[in-house]
Design a protein around this ligand. Structure first.
Ligand SMILES: Cc1ncc(COP(=O)(O)O)c(C=O)c1O
Length: 440
């Protein structure tokens, strides 16, 4: 039996009607997605309102790591919502249990967390911590980076979209290049002499841009929205050393990279990074809106009582979700599956790349991969115009995939971590069928 099953064109009859109604009432300002109205989902399989079934390679947007509507997560949030829906800043049993469980699951040096609702909100909190702890206001971040759409997060972000016509960004946002092994005209990925070329350039950026008020660095372990770009091995370790040498705080934005996504529970484990601050989101609730900023007791002590708070932070239902997600990770081999299936899918994608004239690069770790489309594999000219037709063709064949990238020419491979070999094989068959016939 096939997992995917699509009858006729998309959207189907009911789907078409609902999409028209949606655009009548809600502003049509989100990015491009396959024309499918989701009705329900379980594990890796999404069903739409016309009864079509799809294999999901989006996980929402790297959210449903434990699989869509995991029964334990659903039950836990149902129970919590019957007990208590909200209590603002007060203690509640769900919040306390979630905090204990999260801190115990984190690398040892991170001994405190604080719950918020979205990734952007937790990024703002991390910027506040870096500025308050250091007493300085300059934050170094990276071209192509994405940390959210609120003003602070957009200011440290390195993509034009979230900042477009929004007015001046927050003063003190200093940008450095992110080493991109696929596109490296300046040779910044050169590992020789412990990435000397890159770090000489970084020193030059600081010397020419800083007013002498450096607080810290914020970085994603791999760039997500920027195009699923993975820095060369060892470079993050060198950056961590650079921050220590300069006495700067180091914040790792693991909003999309944590909870098993990269084949380890935390992306920081790949290089034993020991960040001062780690920001979590998406997978932490696996479908329930919750985020967290995690750090040390010492760093959090720069804030007085009342200086960090949020209406929904530590909400009982969101907290129950955090506990349930961590329990699922304890019981199921999701991290191992992420690594194993990631390697399997990557090998399959590399074979397809040999047969597809436009598939220029396949990269990633665990179940987060970017596949980059170019007009010509030598010139690497971005083939952005291929993305929408590919997303549509994949969907017509029963595979849901999203896009990212500075040039909008990268598809993201990010299924729920429960994907099995049969689902991976079926997905790869769909990809091969579409990608070996597509034309510019
Ligand atoms: C790395 C990273 N940081 C922060 C955010 C912002 O999270 P949210 O959309 O929950 O505000 C995102 C969202 O995609 C992200 O990928």
């Amino acid at each position: 039996m096939k997992y995917a099953m699509v009858n006729g064109s998309l959207p189907g009859l009911k789907g078409k009607e609902l999409i028209e109604k949606w655009h009548k009432y809600e502003a049509d300002v989100v990015g491009y997605q396959a024309p499918v109205v989701w009705k329900k989902a379980q594990g890796c399989i999404v069903e739409d309102v016309d009864g079509n079934r799809f294999i999901d390679w989006t996980s929402g947007v790297l959210v449903t790591n434990v699989g869509h509507c995991h029964p334990h997560l659903v039950r836990a949030t149902q129970t919590a919502s019957e007990d208590l829906l909200n209590n603002y800043e007060c203690a509640n049993t769900y919040r306390i249990e979630a905090a204990e469980k999260l801190v115990n699951a984190l690398p040892k040096h991170l001994d405190k967390c604080f719950f918020l609702s979205t990734g952007s909100e937790a990024i703002e909190a991390s910027l506040r911590l870096m500025k308050r702890k250091s007493g300085n206001f300059e934050i170094i971040s990276f071209e192509g980076g994405f940390h959210g759409r609120t003003p602070g997060a957009a200011s440290v972000g390195g993509l034009a979209g979230p900042k477009k016509k929004y007015g001046p960004t927050i003063p003190g946002s200093i940008k450095a290049p992110f080493p991109n092994p696929y596109r490296d005209p300046l040779g910044l990925c050169d590992p020789s002499d412990d990435f000397k070329k890159y770090f000489d350039y970084l020193d030059f950026i600081i010397a020419t841009n800083s007013t002498g008020s450096l607080a810290g660095v914020i970085i994603e372990p791999y760039q997500g929205a920027g195009g699923f770009i993975f820095p060369p091995k060892g470079w993050l370790t060198r950056l961590r050393k650079w921050t220590r040498d300069k006495g700067l705080l180091f914040t790792l934005d693991e909003v999309q990279a944590s909870f098993g996504r990269t084949g380890k529970m935390w992306a920081m484990e790949h290089e034993n990074l020991e960040p001062d601050i780690v920001v979590l989101g998406k997978g932490i609730g696996s479908g329930v809106s919750v985020s967290a900023v995690c750090s040390t007791t010492e760093i959090f002590s720069c804030l007085a009582k009342g200086e960090m708070s949020s209406t929904y932070g530590g909400n009982p239902v969101a907290s129950a979700a955090v506990t349930a997600v961590l329990e699922i990770f304890e019981k199921e081999q999701l991290v191992e599956n992420s690594y194993k299936m990631g390697e399997y899918i990557k090998a399959g994608l590399n074979k397809i790349a040999e047969k597809c004239a436009y598939l220029g690069d396949v990269r990633g770790m665990g179940l987060v991969m970017g596949i980059e489309f170019v007009k010509d594999k030598k010139t690497k000219d971005p083939a952005s115009e291929l993305i929408k037709p590919i997303i549509n063709k994949f969907a017509e064949n029963g595979l849901l995939v999203g896009s990212v990238g500075m040039y909008g020419n990268v598809l993201r491979v990010a299924p729920p971590l429960v994907i099995n070999k049969e689902q991976a094989d079926e997905s790869l068959e769909i990809m091969e069928k579409v990608l070996t016939t597509i034309k510019l």
